[in-house]
Design a protein around this ligand. Sequence first.
Ligand SMILES: [Zn+2]
Length: 307
Amino acid sequence: MPTTKLTNFDNCVSFFIENGAYQGRLIRLHEVINTILGKHCYPLPIAAAVAECSVLGTLLSSQLKYDGLFTLQIQTNGVINLIVVDVTSEGKIRSCARYDENRLKHSQELRKTSGQIEATPHLLGGGHLAFTVDQGKDTELYQGIVDLQGKNLTECALRYFKQSEQIDTTLKLFLQPPQGESKSWFAAGILLQKMPNISTSLSEKEQSEIWNEAKIFIESLSENEVFDSSLSSETLLHRLFHGNNLQISKTKNYTFGCRCSREKLLSTLQTFSQEEINSIIENNQITADCNFCNEHYIFSAGELQKQ
Ligand SMILES: [Zn+2]
């Protein structure tokens, strides 16, 4: 069922406060998340983890200047062993997860949480969160990586900023599964960072007071507000930071988009050995589904002959 497009969603609003000393992003996703999850039949906790990672990936990608592909990847030895989120510089998002159905059932029975949403790391186990920025041929691959630690995904991401980037960062993620009248998912995130090397006339003490106050403002943003489709992101930000010389700098829109194609898949299959081909060929055909968009591809044995 297609989701109704909501005006105030599927975008990222960039802003500054305190004369550019702090930079922030507010992302609210609706149609994108529902399109992604509509491509799969994930059980509730898996869908929640994918939605949460998608908004985190989008938030992290929005912090970077790049022309190409941003990928957030979580790999673990847990129930969900892989989550991948791709965000292109044009604002196309796709994501998927790989998980063990039996282990999921078992873990929910043990924890008595069947049908409930838990903080994502419970299903992830030990592993890491990594992201890469691929800007095409002849460019260096940018990569960040952090162990999965902390009681939720927000804490994992904050550890990355603290350890690797050493930038003061605060972050809050929001998630709302389908409930009541609303048959759709909502996901959102807000992030604020101290800009490095900004000259200011403020004392250390004043700066730290402003930062602590800004963190409290971000914490005060409620789920009801962030998922209220009648409120624009500008209104929400104004409510939080009207006393902090708020400047809205730009808005970027997001849509679902998969980059799979027959040609790409065919060239991958053509790298397979004859033995591998023989193991997947059936009735002289090879079928393959895209993990991201579920597109079903069929190739004849003849097509796989290398040119
Ligand atoms: Zn696809």
